[in-house]
Design a protein around this ligand. Structure first.
Ligand code: FAD
Length: 461
């Protein structure tokens, strides 16, 4: 009479098809989360994101009456053992599109079959039911966003579900296991001011955004100083919020349509990685795979990571990442363009640094966006279209300098007319505002015009 629910990145009680199905079919349900070293210590290891996840798990455990079972070890090893102890005959889980997740699911299904446990995959991670099945008229997976978006808007969707009912109690032979701390896992928090993890915090944030941000979203989402985007990405990444439920709760109007389009980008990149798992390590576009001579200049890379490039908007973005484990999308685009075009550094180095610090770090979305801004991925455009001038972007998206001043304190008293290119400030003005370039704030590490020319050369392959 018992079913397991294998939790992965679906850490919520609302609109959880796997949990709901288990509760409908079985009297007793045992939700379990396995701490898998291959993820915790793998190539995308991250203290900030793991801390966020631990907070999600603590919150979910509380919501499910303290009944979430924790196991240290691979699910292939832990789940059959738990099924035996719980006398469970079936297991439910959310299907996933990532390359690692899919291989792991295959292995889990094999061992569970051998253990006599029936396994059922459910949707829940994406807005549409069958993300992998969406295809062009030629029957191929999509690689361009606009046609994908048109198809996605009319793709079939399930009805969102309410909150799961209470689960009862754990079978007597099942040990609950302990939720470890970040230091138990050998990791440390590397950012100062991250958002709190968990469904409770995510639902509050969603409610606030639907009350007061969504209507203006189309007009305000690019304004860096205003900080008006939803910041729901980490909650979506860990499944504290269901994209399907969010969609369903959107009002009508321009703002909601623009926001829904962003949710579609999330599904798009998951669709892309599902069909092109090789993208996780190499360029999607054949002509650029292995043919661009990327730079691996360590000192320039460090200056970028630490927000010391001398370009205020780039530095503000990188310091926001360091402080909050999150960065505004417009800043992500600018720092991504700067790393790959102005510095000519391999996009994989940028991808790696983002995955280390981002609380919303998501293999498909991060990889897809890095390839996009590096001009080597899907949804292609000629490289020159995606070489952003950081100073012009700053004037356009942070005209008063609120964003830059928030994250780069040494520039706080630089007059707004000099803030996008502080190195052009006359010496006297530098002394007057207490920001001497080369002393209080770095000189630009490259000349953008020169760097742009070199970038175009690099892409002529
Ligand atoms: P909102 O503007 O409120 O958008 C709502 C939701 O739509 C987001 O929460 C997110 O789930 C989705 N979304 C919005 N824009 C995108 C996009 N371009 N691609 C995919 N989904 C999108 N997003 C991640 O979730 N994880 C990542 O690791 C990640 N890495 C990125 C790396 C680079 C170089 C760039 C340019 C973008 C990256 N993004 C990533 C996309 C985007 O920057 C974030 O999703 C967004 O900033 C999150 O803030 P928000 O929740 O306030 O977004």
């Amino acid at each position: 009479m018992t079913a397991l629910v294998w939790l992965t990145r679906d850490l919520r009680a609302h609109d959880h098809p796997a949990l709901r199905a288990a509760l409908e079919r079985r009297e007793r349900v045992v939700p379990v989360f396995c701490f898998d070293d291959r993820l915790l210590r793998g190539r995308h290891v991250s203290g900030p994101r793991t801390q966020f996840m631990l907070e999600c798990l603590a919150d979910l455990d509380e919501r499910l009456g303290g009944l979430v079972v924790f196991r240290q070890g691979s699910p292939e090893r832990e789940l059959p053992a738990l099924a035996r102890d719980a006398n469970a005959t079936e297991m439910h889980f959310s299907s996933d599109s990532g390359p690692f997740a899919r291989k792991r699911i295959e292995r889990v299904l094999r061992v569970m079959r051998e253990a006599g446990v029936d396994c059922f995959a459910h949707p829940g991670l994406h807005a549409v039911d069958d993300l992998g099945g969406l295809c062009t008229q030629a029957g191929k997976p999509y690689t361009v966003f606009s046609p994908f978006h048109r198809r996605w808007l009319v793709a079939s969707r399930r009805e969102p579900l309410g909150r799961a009912r209470s689960l009862g109690s754990l079978p007597s032979r099942v040990r609950k296991g302990r939720l470890p701390s970040l230091s138990d896992l050998g990791l440390r928090q590397e950012v100062d001011d991250p958002l709190p993890g968990g469904e409770t915090a995510g639902r509050e944030r969603l409610a606030r955004f639907l009350r007061s941000g969504i209507d203006e979203y189309e007009d305000t989402h690019d304004a860096l100083g205003g900080d008006k985007t939803s910041r729901l990405s980490p909650y979506l990444h860990f499944g504290c919020l269901s994209p399907r439920e969010i969609e369903e709760r959107l009002p009508t109007g321009k703002g909601a349509n623009a926001f829904r389009r962003q949710l579609c980008w999330r599904d798009f990149y998951h669709h892309v990685l599902l069909h092109h798992p090789r993208n996780a390590r190499s360029e999607f576009q054949d002509r650029y795979r292995g043919s661009i001579s990327w730079s691996y200049a360590e000192r320039r890379y460090e200056a970028w990571c630490e927000g010391r490039t001398g370009y205020p908007l780039v530095d503000a973005g990188m310091r926001q990442l360091r402080r909050e484990g999150w960065m505004h999308n417009r800043a992500r685009l600018v720092v991504g363009s700067f790393l790959t075009k102005d510095l000519g550094i391999d996009w994989r180095w940028g991808e790696r640094w983002f995955m280390k610090l981002l609380i919303d770090g998501d293999e498909a979305n991060n990889n897809g966006n890095w390839q996009w801004i590096a001009s080597v991925g899907v949804d292609p455009q000629p490289a020159f279209r995606r070489i952003y001038n950081p100073a012009r972007h700053q004037e356009r998206f942070d005209p008063r300098g609120d964003y830059v001043r928030r994250y780069v304190p040494e520039l706080r008293s630089v007059p707004t007319e000099h803030l996008a290119e502080p190195w052009t400030m006359p010496d006297e003005a530098q002394r007057a505002c207490g920001c001497v370039i080369g002393l209080d704030y770095p000189e630009p590490i490259v000349d953008h015009r020169e760097a742009r020319r070199e970038a175009l050369e690099r892409f002529r392959v």
